[in-house]
Ligand binder design. Sequence first.
Ligand code: PLP
Length: 426
Amino acid sequence: MSDLYARESRSVSKMAHLRFFPQAVVGGSGAYLTGDDGRQLLDFAASWGAVSLGHSHPAVREAVNRALSDQAGASYLSTANESCVLLAEKLLSLVPERARGRVWFGHSGSDANETVARMVVAATGRPRILAFSGAYHGGTVGSMAVSGHPAQQGARAEGLTLVPYPNSYAAGSPEAAKDTALAHLERLFATEVPPEEVAAFFIEPIQSDGGMLVPPDGYFKAVEGLCRKHGILLVSDEVKVGLGRSGRFNAFEHSGIEPDIVVFGKGLGGGLPISAVVGPEAIMNHAVAFSLQTVHGNPVCAAAALAVLRAIEHDHLVENAERTGTVLRKALDRLAARQTLIGNVRGRGLALGVELVTDRVSREPAARQTALTVYRAFQLGLVLYYVGVRSNVLEFTPPLTLTESQAQEGVAILDQALADVAAARV
Ligand code: PLP
């Protein structure tokens, strides 16, 4: 361990970024990263879901190389490029009919959500926005303005109202979580927040950074009903859990809803920076005025995104996320039977979370043990990260190409890491 800290002080510490591990990576292939000491690390984080096809995927490499030689000089701003046109057509075919208008491209989930936040208020003339407590929609001022994660206090928009995300584990059952969350929303509309003043409701179809919360059956269907009744635009932030990760192409499909606006990011570029907003023409036309960025619609990133979408389809990666996610989930459930730090295992497909508690009855968050587990797993060869409003949820967002044996390999390492932390060997 002391060696690793020595390495950190020499090199990695010069980076002004959040990082969990004191080591630089020099390469990667599929679900594995290669550390600068030659160690192979199994990557259950995939750069927080961005490296959707795994590291150095041949299809992404080839598309990027071709785009660099063919289109490096192609214009992004005043003329469109072919990759973006094709990508826009493809994305329009992947969203519900009501969202099939136009597409805006950005660089990150943050700029996409910021664009939506500004657009919906301008398009509807309504000043208010709803989002969830614990929601992470980005790190720019405009996306933090519509977020509810504790890390983003102080940046919230005046017109933002946060509502609780239904938490089945905390509430004791999915039904109780659903009833409480819906009652809160209905009370809000009857008292503090006139629904006719609300432009949009930003939803996370699974609340990932807030703790990998899976909505109870029927909850989002009821939310959709309320939105339709009051003319509120439903915005699905698919940045982290969309594009196949949940075991369906769009994560909102699990809830049987049809959002008006869909936001894509992270995995779209397979690791390259590109995001997209897809929505009705009358709303999307407002994006032009707000979100002019010099290199958005970059043909190299768009080519990578086309390769990602093609691979998801041709290699049946949505099905793989569902199948391998089930294997991973079952292995984590078995771990929970032995490891008393585990309070709850949840998620969908390859978007999974494990909540750690100091005591299964009081459910006190085990934040310190969570951080130690992540670090111990890294020492043992597994890259993980943690999320949650109380920083006690291990998050799993591995590449969609993860195999069943890699899933088992990662859980075996996690098993050892949890045992070492529980026995205070770290
Ligand atoms: N939306 C969700 C649901 C996210 O999880 C994130 C990032 O974690 C973002 C938006 C912001 O995306 P980015 O970090 O690419 O700006």
